[in-house]
Design a protein around this ligand. Structure first.
Ligand code: GLA
Length: 634
């Protein structure tokens, strides 16, 4: 069921009957929640009012129709119109019923450092369900689903998508019933949820973005990519090529001083990198992950001066400056916790569950948010900060009340809203133990999200593949890191790491000072290529050319709107003796046009590249990669 409401007597019954409806120009907005936005001539809203006068409940079904994007959004307002209290036990945002058809369900499961693996399973009789009870949208399942006809491929066939614009607990259910009809539901999880609503109050269910393609998954993805970049992301950076950054985390972890950051900036400047980001470890007395979360004051001893001096030193190198924060957290070893132990989420009388030695602050409480907000602003006001990485490194536990999980997420959104309003010129990147909160809700505030703590180029072909079904390339933070890779121990060459990371908001995450001269030359080359290719990669239509869970190679490409420029990326994932030349069929080009490979000068016919494929010669080495920039020949 999509909705379950309990009245004061404990009866769970609502019979919703039609009351009225209205169609108006523009897209509805949701109070306190992220939602698709559009101008009055880009969208229409349909509002259907249903009611049960005996139960004292009114439900407003909100539909936002964005015709050009081919999406319909759906949200629900639940009003207590009676005189007693009611409790919402379950509230989905959307429900689709298919009266015929045999379907596969595609979902994106994962874990820390291996997010959004695609899994496609046939939906038999019964219910298939997945979701999150971790307080965030989670590493374990992304709040996204595709229902596809069994023969649907990238290029052909019916498929329906649902994407939840929400960063907390969710639930997705697909059911095939006894008469072979299929129902797809997406909305708030009913686990650890029981929301009291007093007389006169309204509850808002976050929205789902629905879309349909008759031409396979690529088309469905394009619709979602356009909707997210044009109608979800609000940041002024959403349509810009983002600065290439170097992040201090895998370069130094907690072990740095102000000089380390300035050295990174110097190296960055000499290589053409635009920005240095000081990650975790700059505040309180934090030299490991046991202390100081909640104490957002600069560790001037560690930095060898004030933050504003450090920012000036970095800027003096001609490099921008970014900083890491994790506002939702507190360590027990912190001044904040010593002063306000009751601000951490816990069940009275019980020891709270620790994860990464930290507790979650109760962001459902305004005084808690206000304290952290003031502390963070006092830091940001010390100099020109160009970028902020907002992290969130544990799940929610100790859920002490049925309204907590939802009110917590609304608290986070309230904080983010205040932050982006006060600092519109800061580029914000989301993060949660890598990609544990990679969702459309977060993209409303931050135009990019760190895709995964796993920077291994080979694993990344899968992570970024799964992520690309709903989220645009421009939203995926992707960095070149050191080898052997810190998460997998694998060695890949600089070229392969670059080709994979360039299919995202690009950067580096290693000690630049330790790079060989050869690698430094490669980095300079990569940055040149990125500046050339980024507008096509980030704004063009993205095509998955292989499924890296099955194919010998991972391959993808982007084509600009006029089909004049394309960038192809490929990595050989599995090599063997006597490997023949392999062909990858390109997509999205103009068949009647010819395209020149910018590097080799070879000219190919668009039709041939799409029918026969682009030939790739296997060069020896581990995981060789290919990057081809194509220009239409006038
Ligand atoms: C998380 C992030 C990393 C890094 C660390 C710092 O794991 O995903 O990128 O910022 O926290 O503690």
């Amino acid at each position: 069921i999509a909705l379950d409401i309990k009245n004061e007597q404990g009866t769970e019954s609502v019979e919703l009957l039609y009351k009225s409806h209205e169609i108006r120009d523009g897209k509805y907005a949701l109070k306190g929640l992220p939602a698709v936005w559009a101008s009055d001539d880009e969208a229409q809203t349909l509002e259907i009012v249903l009611g049960d006068d005996i139960a004292g409940v009114e439900v407003h079904l909100l539909y936002g129709v964005l015709e050009a994007c081919d999406v319909i959004t759906r949200s629900v307002l639940i009003k207590n119109t009676g005189s007693g209290d009611i409790t919402i036990e379950k509230a989905h945002a959307a429900c689709l019923d298919m009266v015929y058809g045999d379907y596969d369900v595609i979902r994106f499961y994962g874990k820390h450092a291996m997010e959004r693996n695609l899994e496609r399973t046939h939906l038999g009789h019964g219910t298939l369900s997945f979701g999150s009870r971790r307080g965030t949208s989670s590493h374990q399942y992304n709040p996204a689903v595709i229902l596809a006809q069994r023969d649907t491929t990238e290029n052909a066939g019916d498929c329906y998508g649902m994407l939840f614009v929400y960063s907390g607990n969710f639930s997705c259910e697909a059911e095939k019933d006894q008469i072979n009809q299929t129902r797809l539901l997406m909305g708030l999880s009913d686990e650890l949820f029981s929301y009291p609503l007093a007389a006169g109050e309204t509850f808002t269910v976050p929205e789902v973005i629905m879309s349909y393609s008759a031409d396979g998954f690529s088309q469905l993805s394009h619709q979602y990519h356009t909707c997210i970049s044009e109608h979800v992301c609000r940041s002024r950076f959403a349509h810009e090529v983002r600065p290439v950054l170097i992040n201090s985390w895998e370069a130094a972890y907690f072990d740095f001083t102000g000089d380390t950051i300035v050295d990174l900036a110097k190296e960055a400047a000499s290589l053409g990198i635009d920005m240095v980001v000081m990650d975790d470890g700059w505040f309180g007395k934090r030299d490991d992950d046991n202390s100081s979360l909640g104490d957002w004051f600069v560790n001037e001893k560690k930095l060898g001066g004030t933050l504003s001096e450090l920012i000036d030193r970095v800027h003096a190198q001609g490099v921008k400056f970014g900083i890491w924060i994790e506002p939702e957290m507190v360590n027990e070893d912190s001044n904040l916790y010593r002063e306000h132990p009751d601000w951490a989420i816990q069940i009275p009388g019980k020891l709270p569950v620790r994860s990464r030695n930290q507790l979650l602050l109760d962001f459902s409480r305004k005084e808690v948010r206000d304290n952290i907000f003031d502390q963070i602003c006092a830091v940001f006001d010390q100099g020109k900060i160009d970028y902020v990485k907002w992290d969130m490194n544990r799940s929610m536990a100790d859920v002490y009340a049925g309204n907590l999980a939802y009110d917590y997420v609304l608290g986070v959104y309230d904080f983010m809203e205040r932050l982006v309003t006060r600092y519109p010129d800061i580029l914000l990147e989301g993060c949660s133990g890598g990609g544990g909160r990679f969702d459309a809700g977060m993209l409303y505030y931050s135009p990019q999200i760190w895709c995964s703590d796993n920077t291994d180029a080979i694993n990344r072909t899968r992570i970024q593949y799964g992520t690309s079904f709903f989220y645009p390339v421009s939203s995926m933070g992707a960095h070149v890191s050191a080898v052997p890779n810190h998460q997998t121990g694998r060695v890949t060459d600089m070229n392969t790491r670059g080709v994979v990371a360039m299919t995202g908001a690009f950067g580096y995450e290693l000690d630049l000072g330790k790079l060989s001269e050869e690698d430094k030359t490669a980095v300079r080359e990569q940055i040149k290529t990125y500046h050339e290719a980024a507008p096509v990669i980030l704004k063009g239509d993205y095509y998955r050319l292989s499924n890296p869970f099955e194919a010998e190679y991972g391959a993808w490409m982007s084509v600009d709107e006029e089909k004049k420029h394309a960038v192809v990326g490929a990595v050989l994932l599995n090599t063997h003796g006597n490997h023949p030349v392999f062909y990858i069929r390109l997509r999205g080009l103009a068949p009647e046009r010819s395209y020149r490979d910018k590097k080799t000068g070879t000219v190919y016919s668009g039709a041939a590249l799409m029918e026969l494929g682009m030939p790739f010669t296997v060069v020896s080495g581990n995981y060789p990669s290919y990057q081809i920039l194509l220009d239409a020949v006038e």
